[in-house]
Design a protein around this ligand. Structure first.
Ligand code: ATP
Length: 438
């Protein structure tokens, strides 16, 4: 790979990094409906063609300025190059030249659509975070009163009329743009593993056991931003690709009727399977699930599966290790799902001996694990987004908490040392809260 960012590109990146990211809510993401029109998709592409470079630019800036030589680690540089290259690909993609009336139609959809054009439910602040907790750069420092004005002009969703007679350039641009996003998504598949590798390189070089608070909060911001970028990209690709017959409960990758019991059951089976496999058990410890079978809500099934699988794996591991692999019977882990007006809460209770209180803050740090041997980190090992290339890296809990917070939920852990652990996964069902990026 000989790609290298030019000085000019870095200048453009610095310019984009002056603008704040615009958070989008789950509710806004589903407003597209099952089959958005060419015009609507084009508007969304235009939003993303500015928003994604802004988000990527913030990451490049942060990676460039990482303290204490962390920015010099080969794997960190590799990640930085991916971000810069993706930034370039989006910003150089030629936009179509549109006739005036088409531009009018796109910009003032209301006029053509019985006044229902650009309706948009506003995103409310994310309740799970302190203001600015995952924000990229000091906002306010945007010069030319840039940020705000710029932000107001851009909307993620605008319903544009669906008469079908859009010029072919629009359709062509939409599919080029989606292809470009697809390529970028694939390029970034290995970011978590490669970044983890970079942190390992740093820890070895500096002979550090743990990472400090600065680096911890950088990683939180970095991975949170990655969740958002991939969410927007994944959503856009899925919305554009209307070739196959889709499930009507899906809008992009969001399922408007995510069935909690089915997903939990599947996560339990997967975690038990991994546990049997890992410890060579005839039968993994049992898990009891208490959940209303009709409980559905709007969510991204991939995110929920990921969080459940990670926490269940932890519980099963703790149970087996606390009671000994040679046991015939283990205490049952309980998964209780409660349905409130605001939240759906999933409690995972195990009798795996708990965690000492002094170690609780550590479980949220990256790279904290009680697995003796961290597995070999080959960035190509498993590039799938959700499955567990991280086994034994200590990424399970902190990343799951980011997923929960991303849509206004949270992940909490309470332990009784000597007995077991309760993990509470709160999922916000109002879903109008913004991505926690501002
Ligand atoms: N239910 C639990 N009971 C006891 N200890 C736990 C439990 N959940 C997590 N831990 C402790 O917290 C540590 C960190 O958990 P985390 O899920 O972040 O990483 P990991 O399981 O070690 O590796 P990974 O999840 O990345 O494969 C674990 O190594 C374990 O010591």
């Amino acid at each position: 790979m000989s790609w290298k960012a030019s000085e000019r590109l870095m200048d453009t990146i610095r310019h984009y990094a002056n603008f704040p990211a615009t958070g989008v809510s789950l509710r806004q993401m589903v407003q597209f409906g099952e089959r958005p029109s060419v015009g609507t998709l084009f508007r969304a592409s235009q939003f993303l063609a500015e928003e994604l470079p802004i988000r990527l630019a913030h990451r490049v800036e942060e990676l460039t300025n990482l303290p204490d030589g962390l920015n010099e680690m080969p794997s960190v540089k590799k990640v930085l190059d991916w971000y810069a290259q993706s930034f370039e690909e989006i910003t150089v993609l030629p936009r179509p030249n549109l006739e005036r009336d088409i531009r009018e139609r796109l910009l003032n959809p209301g006029k053509f659509y019985n006044g229902r054009g650009s309706m948009l439910s506003e995103a409310i602040p994310n309740p799970s975070i302190r203001e600015g907790q995952y924000a990229s750069a000091p906002v306010g420092n945007t010069g030319m009163n840039g940020g705000r004005k710029h932000q107001g002009a851009r909307r993620y969703f605008a319903m544009v009329d669906d008469t079908g007679d859009w010029p072919p350039e629009l359709q062509a641009y939409n599919s080029k743009f989606a292809q470009c996003l697809h390529k970028i998504k694939r390029r970034h598949d290995g970011v978590v593993t490669t970044m983890a590798q970079g942190i390992l390189e740093y820890k070895r070089k500096r002979q550090r056991m743990q990472i400090d608070n600065n680096i911890q909060s950088f990683l939180d911001r970095f991975y949170m931003s990655r969740i958002g970028i991939r969410m927007l990209i994944g959503q856009h690709i899925a919305l554009t690709d209307q070739s196959h017959h889709r499930d009507p409960t899906y809008v992009g990758i969001i399922c408007t009727k995510t069935n909690v019991r089915d997903l939990a059951q599947e996560a339990i089976e997967n975690a038990r399977f991994v546990c049997e496999d890992h410890y060579g058990l005839f039968e993994a410890p049992k898990v009891q699930l208490v959940c209303n079978p009709d409980l559905n809500f709007m969510y991204v099934p991939g995110h929920l599966s990921h969080m459940l699988f990670e926490t269940l794996k932890n519980s099963l591991r703790a149970v087996v290790e606390a009671h000994g692999q040679d046991k015939q019977e283990f205490p049952v882990t309980k998964v209780i799902v409660a349905e409130g007006r605001e939240d759906i809460t999933i409690k995972i209770s195990d009798e795996g001996g708990g965690i000492p209180r002094s170690a609780i803050p550590l479980v949220w740090t990256y790279m904290y694990t009680t697995v003796d041997r961290t597995p070999n980190l080959d960035p190509d090992f498993d590039k799938s987004d959700f499955k567990a290339p991280m086994a034994g890296f200590g990424y399970g809990l902190p990343i799951s908490r980011l997923y929960a917070r991303y849509f206004g939920g949270d992940l909490k852990l309470i332990s009784m040392e000597g007995y077991g652990t309760d993990v509470y996964l709160h999922l916000n069902r109002l879903s109008s809260s913004s991505e926690p990026l501002q």
